[in-house]
Every structure is written in C-alpha cells, then in structure tokens.
Design a protein around this ligand. Structure first.
Ligand SMILES: [Zn+2]
Length: 400
C-alpha cells in the first residue's frame, strides 16, 4: 500500500512537473510589464530559514587550470540551477558552498532548436550528444535521427562511463546519456534501452518505476552482464561487477526534506570508485541533482535550498577525488534555470532566504558553469551548451 501511495505521488508529481515544463510565458510577460523595481507582495514568494550547516570540501587548486595529464571528466548537472539557486544554497549554508569556491567559471546559453526556453530533454541532449534539438526530444536531432551520446562516442576508446541521478532513471537528464527517442515520456521504451546501452554504471530511481513499466527488462539487464542492486550502500560489495546498476528504493530518491538521506553524495563517491577501477584509460560520469528543478517549479525556497546543499555535498566528493587523483576535470553547470528565481531579501545571520519566483516553468536566462582541475580554464566566459559537449570531447581526446 505504501509503495502504491508513493508511486501515485511520484506519478502525480511527474505529471505536474511535465505540465510545468511548458512554462508560463503569460505570467512572465505580465511581470515584465510591471515596474521592474517594484517590491509588491506576490504569491510566488517563499521564505526559508536553514537550521543546519555542512562543511564543504576546500579544494587545493594544485591541478586547477593546468594543461597537465587528464584522465577523467565528471559532469555535474544541477537541474534548474541558476545563479539564484546556487547563491540561495550558499547564503543558507553560512556563505559557504564547494561550488562557489571554484575560480574558473563562465555562463552557458541554453536555448534549444525549438524554443528560447529549453526543457531538460533538449538541453540534456545538447550536453550528451552535442546537437541542439527540439524540446521534448531525447538524444536525437530535430529530425528525430539518433545522435550518438558521450558514452557511445567514447566507450570504444576504453573509457568507463556512468550516470547518477536523484530522478527516475527514465528522467530526461539521465535518459539522454543512454537512449534515444523523440518523446521523453516513452518510459517503457526508455527503460528498454538501458540493457543495450554503453554505460557501465547507473544509479537512480526506482524500484516501483521498473516494476510498473519494464519488469522483464531487469532480467535482460542480467543477461547483458549487469549486476542489479537496490541498496546504494552496497556498491562497495559489488565493486568488481562487470556492469553495475542501482535501481534505488523509492525512499532513496525522495526529496531531501522528505528523508532522502545521503543517496547523492554517497553514490557519487562510490560510482567514482567503481568507474576508476573499471578502466585504466579513464572515465566519464554524469551526476544530476534533479530536484533543484522540482523545488524551483514548485516555487519552494526550502525545497530548492536543501537540494542545492545536497548537490554541493556530491560536488565536494567529486572535488575531493579530483585532488586525490590529480587527473580529473569536474564541470558543474545546469541544463537551464527554473522558476526565474531571485532573492529580494534575506538574512545572512539567520541563514534566511526570501526566494521570489517569476514563473513555475523554466527561464531562458544563462546558467553558470564552474570547472575544476586540468583544462578547467576552457570553461571561462560565455558559451553555448553545445560548446560544453565539444570541449569535453576535445579534452577526452587528450587522454593517452
Ligand atoms: Zn524542469
């Protein structure tokens, strides 16, 4: 019963999320027509006072911005994370986040082939496959022709590849790294493409999703050399698996404020361990903090802040590994901004954020990109999301 309730809630939430993906241009235009300096009350304001502080990792900067040897690339996507979301997390965590310690940073233009304001499917496809496409399309060109994704482009060269997400593994951002479809909503078709994908590792939701849409696919995964587990804390025990998939328990991809725990930072750390022992050549991994987007769609400052801080914990794990390893580039960015968020007020002392939102959809504002490690200087300045993909390919081509 409990599982059924969780599934219903997840499906309902998914439906709301997809509906919101379309954005609300009318509301945005109405706002734009108003006096831009106004401080009138709005129903899109939500206040959150943070009651905890975590200590982010402080990078050494020894390999930052060098052109030394490179081996691994970790791309971390805070879904919907614009400047305001990142800064809200920073203020609420006592003016401290790992992301905002980094020195090489720039901005990314995110528009899609079909719209000023992209969705996660189109922008994710650009990061994964290096093509601009139509909103809603997954790993294809605007003509619906499959475009090879990063794992497909590099696995034959000896790289290990993996993805980690706090979304369902059929969510748009993870999906673009292993499958192709002209519809992001084709859940069964999406899950059926995992077994034959080039990935070596995946972690995301969830048990109920797979049982509902593709229970038979779990057997096919086993036949395709996948070891499938549900408990993310057992990655270590399965570190020598040929390919490793974590179909997470539903509770482990709940919002942080509903008890997700340390799924994202813990799985990021263990996925790095798995992938680095998997290939001597190197690895590419995508890590998604999916629910920054969901909190922003909901215009909920608490949801946004708690997800940004959790994402930053995962960033800390990646930066710590980058320092230990010395040959790893970490790129942190977003697929788009969500909510048109800003902060008209707050309190540094109280760790209080007054978040204000202009839409329940996405916005077309540029998103920040932060990079750390060898070749991180390549991500300075203003760039297209399509350039981020091209730079990753160029950097991985330097791996001996
Ligand atoms: Zn969204």
């Amino acid at each position: 019963m409990k599982k059924t309730l969780i599934l219903c809630a997840a499906l309902l939430f998914g439906a709301v999320t997809f509906a919101q993906e379309k954005g609300t241009p009318a509301a945005v235009n109405k706002k734009a027509d108003e006096n831009s300096t106004e401080t009138k009350k709005s129903d899109r304001i939500s206040v959150y006072t943070n009651d905890f502080t975590y200590t982010p990792y402080s990078p050494t900067f020894k390999t930052d911005g060098t052109t030394k040897k490179i081996k691994n690339v970790i791309l971390m996507i805070g879904d919907g994370m614009g400047m305001a979301q990142a800064v809200a997390g920073y203020y609420a965590n006592g003016n401290d986040l790992a992301i905002l310690k980094l020195k090489n940073m720039g901005y990314v233009r995110t528009y899609s082939a079909s719209a000023f304001t992209t969705d996660s499917a189109a922008s994710g496809t650009t990061y994964a496959c290096g093509v601009k496409t139509t909103n809603g399309f997954i790993g294809t060109t605007p003509d619906s022709i499959p475009a090879p994704n990063l794992p497909e482009k590099i696995s034959d060269k000896g790289f290990a590849t993996g993805i980690v997400t706090t979304d369902n593994i059929s969510g748009a951002t993870p999906y673009v790294f292993y499958a192709h479809s002209a519809s992001r909503k084709a859940t069964k078709e999406i899950l059926e493409q995992m077994a034959g994908s080039k990935l070596d590792f995946f972690a995301g939701g969830c048990v109920t999703l797979w049982n509902k849409y593709a229970p038979e696919e779990i057997n096919k995964l086993a036949k395709a050399d996948w070891t499938i587990i549900n408990n993310y804390k057992e990655i270590d025990k399965n570190i020598s698996a040929k390919r490793l998939g974590i179909i997470a328990y539903d509770k482990d991809i709940n919002p942080i404020m509903s008890g997700r725990g340390d799924f994202l930072p813990s799985t990021t750390k263990d996925a790095i361990k798995y992938l680095s022992q998997k290939s001597k050549k190197g690895f590419f991994m995508m890590v998604e903090g999916a629910q920054i987007d969901w909190g922003s769609h909901n215009n909920d400052t608490k949801y946004v802040v708690t997800e940004v801080i959790d994402f930053d914990k995962a960033v800390s794990e990646a930066l710590r590994f980058a320092d230990e390893n010395g040959e790893t580039l970490v790129i942190i960015t977003a697929d788009h901004e969500t909510g048109g968020m800003t902060m008209p007020d707050g309190s540094y002392a109280k760790k209080m954020i007054k978040g204000a939102f202009t839409t329940s959809g996405h916005s077309g504002i540029m998103v920040p990109v932060y990079a750390y490690g060898p070749y991180s200087q390549m991500f300075r300045g203003v760039q297209e999301n399509i350039d981020v993909h091209a730079k990753i390919i160029e950097i991985l081509s330097k791996v001996k």
